[in-house]
Structure formats: C-alpha cells, structure tokens
Ligand binder design. Sequence first.
Ligand SMILES: C[S@@+](CC[C@H](N)C(=O)[O-])C[C@H]1O[C@@H](n2cnc3c(N)ncnc32)[C@H](O)[C@@H]1O
Length: 245
Amino acid sequence: MRIDVLTIFPEMFPCWLGSSILKHTIEKGLVDIKVHNIRDYTHDRHHTVDDYPYGGGAGMIFKPEPVFKTVEAVKSTITDERVLPIIMLTPQGRLFTQQVAGELSAHRNMLLICGRYEGVDARVHEHLVTDEISIGDYVLSGGELAAMVVMESVIRLLPGVLGSEDSALEDSHVAGLLEYPQYTRPPEYRGWKVPEVLLSGNHAQIAAWRREQAIRRTLERRPELLEKAKLTTKERELVESLKNR
Ligand SMILES: C[S@@+](CC[C@H](N)C(=O)[O-])C[C@H]1O[C@@H](n2cnc3c(N)ncnc32)[C@H](O)[C@@H]1O
C-alpha cells in the first residue's frame, strides 16, 4: 500500500516512521509512506498557506490553492489511481472505527490531508476530498496525530504486517467485542494467580473461557457494543443473565 500524507509539519513523522512495527513494515516493502510539505507548493517568498477568514472571526484558514496543487502533484505520480481515497482529517468527519480501518486497508493507495489553524477552505472539502475522517469527538491542533492514528491502525491490518495474522483477528473491536484479559509469566505475582484454565493446555476450554471473558468485559465496559456483536443464542442468554444480576 502507498500512503501520501500532506502536512505543513513533515518533521513530525520521521520518529514515528522509524519505530517498531512500522519501521519493519516499511523495510519489508509492505507499505510506502510519502510525506509532502504543502508549503513546497506555494509561490510566494514566505510560503504562505493560510489567510484570514472571509466574514471575520478568530484564527486563520488554510488557503485552497496549496492544498489543490499538492494533491494534483501527488496524484500525477500515482500510476494506479483506480480508487484513490483523498481523506481530510477533520473533527467534522465520520468517526474512525476498526471497521473504517478495515475498509481503508483494502485500498492500494490513500492520501491523507492534515489540517491546521481554524481549518481548511471549504472548497477543498467540497471539490477535492472524497472522504472526511474524525478520530474522535475532541479537537486537536492539527491533523498530523490523527493521520498517524489512521495509518497505524490501517497498516497493522495489511497482510504480512503482524507476526501472526490471528493477533489482529482477536483484537478488541475486530469481532465487535473487547478482547479478553491476557496474562504472561510468572503464574503467580504478589499472590495474584493466573486463571487456572490458561495453564491447563486444554485449547477448547481456553477458547471458551476467553470468549466468555470477552463478553463479560464488553458488557461491563462498553455494553452498547453488544447490540451489534455476533453472539450465539447461548451467549445472548449469558448476557441477559449477567445483566439481571
Ligand atoms: C483546530 S482544528 C480545526 C477545528 C475546526 N475549527 C472545527 O471546529 O471543525 C485544526 C485541524 O486539526 C485536525 N483535527 C482536529 N481535531 C481532529 C479530530 N478529532 N479528528 C481528525 N482531525 C482533527 C483537522 O485537520 C483540523 O483541520
């Protein structure tokens, strides 16, 4: 997958790109991330990307021209443009979820635009971008961290990125439930023991225990997720009995 990121703060990306899973994924050639400085597509001496809002009001607004020019320059270097999502990070976009990450991971390319200031000229939203994504109902100072959040969750879904494909499948939110509790050695720490079943070596019992724990945990912490989760009749009965306790 190739991902192009448009920003006026490209210096925010190298440390993140050079760490952990992402570093190895890039080295393995599974993803190619290109960060573009929108200021490089301005023509004045000060590389101006913002201006005052028409009608007055606080703050500055991203001018349309540098954003259009950067997107057009990037698009001209992408050979396979079959469906190129041009995504604006904005608190006004659709909410980013694991499902949206899955949807985006099916694309060969994606282009992410990081806003700053009070936002971006509305013509960019209306005539350039094809999707708008918010990472949550709060306001950041810029789209860079939001772009990293989107990229990181999309990239870990790409085939070959994680050591075991199963680890992504069992993550919280993937099957509509939160993940079950996890333990590692030692079997007893400060008197707190790892549940016996996990040491039993009985894979069927372990799977059943984990499934039940995932349901219990989801009911406790995010009960609204259970409405959409795929549960068997027996599991629905378990939820009802837990609710009535
Ligand atoms: C200070 S915000 C602008 C908020 C804008 N005035 C509004 O009320 O919608 C500056 C930039 O940060 C990014 N941003 C802020 N919050 C975000 C969120 N929750 N999700 C994604 N991007 C966000 C966007 O790119 C936005 O253009």
